[in-house]
Design a binder for this molecule. Structure first.
Ligand code: AMP
Ligand code: ZN
Length: 145
């Protein structure tokens, strides 16, 4: 996409610190990291979010997340790793090109990833809504992608 900042990074039109690249995906260091080694795994094709990404590209991205997680563990000696993926403005998505954050964690670091618990009295209703099948479910179990 013409004006997308991550598409521009993919096309090498703006600088980035790439740490992984293949024909489908790229990973580069986050310009504003939560910890040293915080990187972003990005599909080379432009999708806005988890709800419109092609399954094959998503599968590729999560495999690269694993590659980067292993490198972060071995090369940076991280104690733990958070994998985050934001969708939509109210979920904290700033760049509208699908990406996974891979964040190294160290003892006593200052990274805070949290949410408040809320009381949900109508769990049965929510379960029913989320369990609906049919055309909109969009995935056939057993299909290898
Ligand atoms: P999100 O809030 O999930 O959309 O995260 C977007 C991330 O992209 C933020 O952590 C930014 O620091 C990062 N970011 C934005 N522009 C760049 C850039 N040019 N190079 C590297 N990371 C970037
Ligand atoms: Zn893009």
């Amino acid at each position: 996409m013409e004006d997308c900042i991550f598409c521009k990074i993919v096309r090498n039109e703006i600088p980035s610190k790439k740490v992984y690249e293949d024909p489908d995906a790229v990973a580069f260091l986050d310009i504003n990291p939560a910890n040293p080694g915080h990187c972003l795994v990005v599909s080379k094709r432009h999708y806005e979010s988890i709800t419109d990404v092609d399954d094959a590209d998503l599968k590729k991205m999560i495999a690269i997340v694993k590659v980067m997680a292993k490198r972060i563990k071995t090369s940076l000696n991280a104690d733990g790793i958070n994998v985050l993926q934001n969708n939509g403005r109210h979920a904290g998505q700033i760049v509208n090109h699908i990406h996974f954050h891979v964040i190294p964690r160290f003892p006593n670091d200052n990274v805070i990833i949290t949410y408040q618990k809320v009381n949900v009295p109508n769990l049965d209703e929510i379960q029913k809504k989320l369990s609906s099948t049919g055309a909109s479910s969009g995935y056939e179990w057993g299909t290898r992608i």
